[in-house]
Design a protein around this ligand. Structure first.
Ligand code: AMP
Length: 213
């Protein structure tokens, strides 16, 4: 069974996804990360994707679905996947569900809930490693990444204007997707407000209790 993580930007779902993959050997599909890879190329399409991402709006569904299908086809084994950041709007949920059915996969959604003001505070203060993309919260005071020594930088879309656009996209477009999966009993909610180690351990416990790992 695959897992799809939902939550407002800054809820900690990326950190949780990486921890689940490390502990249980899942594959990790980070939609934003895959799109950032695409955007860093030197092509007209990459430039378009980069501009959309910096504004905080959502990239077209065709592009996202192509990336995810390529990812599924590139997997070396049939271990489950943690999906982070997809599906993010109703039309994407429809195409995502169809793709999962076509690939004979199924998933359980986990919603990491945090209030908007806490998410905003975390996003404006976090830094990411320019090399390995590890994420560091505000209380990490060093200048370099503890894993690879890379320089820590602020993500270009972690500015207040872009964050507001991303929050709007979350409430207007992703929220209906969350409601849909709730009504289908495909979504479990966890509290994302404690420190990240506590949330991570709560997710591990939940996955084990529900026999999802
Ligand atoms: P994230 O790293 O999850 O905050 O995503 C960064 C940006 O990537 C978003 O603001 C969107 O521009 C784009 N993005 C991520 N996931 C999706 C998706 N499922 N559909 C469309 N665009 C996405």
């Amino acid at each position: 069974m695959d897992i799809a993580l939902f939550g407002i930007q800054g809820s900690g779902k990326g950190t949780i996804a990486r921890a689940v993959c490390t502990k249980y050997g899942f594959h990790y599909f980070e939609t934003g990360g895959e799109l950032r890879k695409l955007a860093s190329q030197d092509t007209p399409l990459a430039k378009k994707v980069k501009a959309v991402m910096e504004s905080g709006s959502l990239v077209s569904n065709e592009i996202v679905m192509e990336i995810i299908e390529d990812f599924m086809e590139s997997l070396p084994d049939d271990k489950p996947i943690v999906f982070d950041g997809i599906p993010r709007k109703p039309v994407q949920a429809t195409t995502f569900d169809a793709l999962m059915e076509k690939k004979d996969r199924d998933f359980m959604g986990i919603l990491v809930e945090v209030p908007e003001d806490m998410a905003m505070e975390r996003l404006t203060k976090r830094r990411v490693c320019s090399k390995c993309k590890s994420v560091y919260p505000a209380d990490y005071k060093e200048e370099a990444c503890e894993k690879c020594g890379g320089e820590l930088v602020t993500r270009s879309d972690d500015n207040p204007e872009s964050i507001k656009t991303r929050f709007h996209a979350y409430f207007d477009e992703t929220y209906p997707v969350i409601e849909k999966y709730k009504s289908e009993n495909k979504l479990i909610t966890i509290d994302g407000t404690p420190d990240i180690e506590t949330v991570r351990d709560n997710v591990f416990t939940l996955l084990e209790e529900k026999e999802l790992v």
